[in-house]
Design a protein around this ligand. Structure first.
Ligand code: FES
Ligand code: FES
Length: 159
């Protein structure tokens, strides 16, 4: 098996490792970088539990090879908090009870954070469209939408 030296910038920190060609980004994050906030739900690109940001865009990290992320910026759920302050999207999920078991939540929050970075005032339909690749078995999505709206309002207030 071919090995590759790669360096991925994860949450602002350089993570260098020698990895096999077949190593998936999700396994790099969880097993090499020790960032277990990125979950694995299906391994087949359906559930979105493994979503992270690759150069600011949401990707399903079970479908990206670690070598494809070489030299790129990855944000995981651990990177949302800054200087001990929750990201508005984290605050939104907390305030509006946007989770139950929490398994989908890291992916849901990263997809939503990317939406709000592009569209600070999304309609309910736009929020539902953005999170359509992230499955939640628990909440029925109503409170997830409210959480994103809460975060959007907070971000608009701050800007
Ligand atoms: S684990 Fe990646 S989409 Fe489900
Ligand atoms: S909160 Fe349980 S899967 Fe979404």
């Amino acid at each position: 098996m071919a090995m590759h030296e790669i360096t991925i910038h994860v949450n602002g920190e350089e993570r260098a490792a020698e990895v096999e060609s077949r190593l998936l980004l999700v396994h790099f994050l969880r097993e090499v970088a020790g960032l277990t906030g990125t979950h694995i739900g299906c391994d087949t690109t359906h559930c979105g539990a493994c979503t992270v940001l690759l150069d600011g865009k949401p990707v399903k990290s079970c479908t990206v090879l670690a070598v494809q992320a070489d030299g790129h910026e990855i944000t995981t759920v651990e990177g949302l908090e800054k200087d001990g302050e929750l990201h508005p999207i984290q605050e939104g999920f907390h305030q509006e009870h946007g989770l139950q078991c929490g398994y989908c939540t890291p992916g849901m929050m990263l997809t939503s954070a990317a939406l709000l970075a592009e569209n600070p005032d999304p309609s309910e339909a736009e929020i539902r469209h953005a999170i359509s690749g992230n499955l939640c078995r628990c909440t029925g999505y109503v409170n997830i939408v409210k959480s994103v709206q809460h975060a959007a309002a907070k971000l608009r207030e701050a800007s």
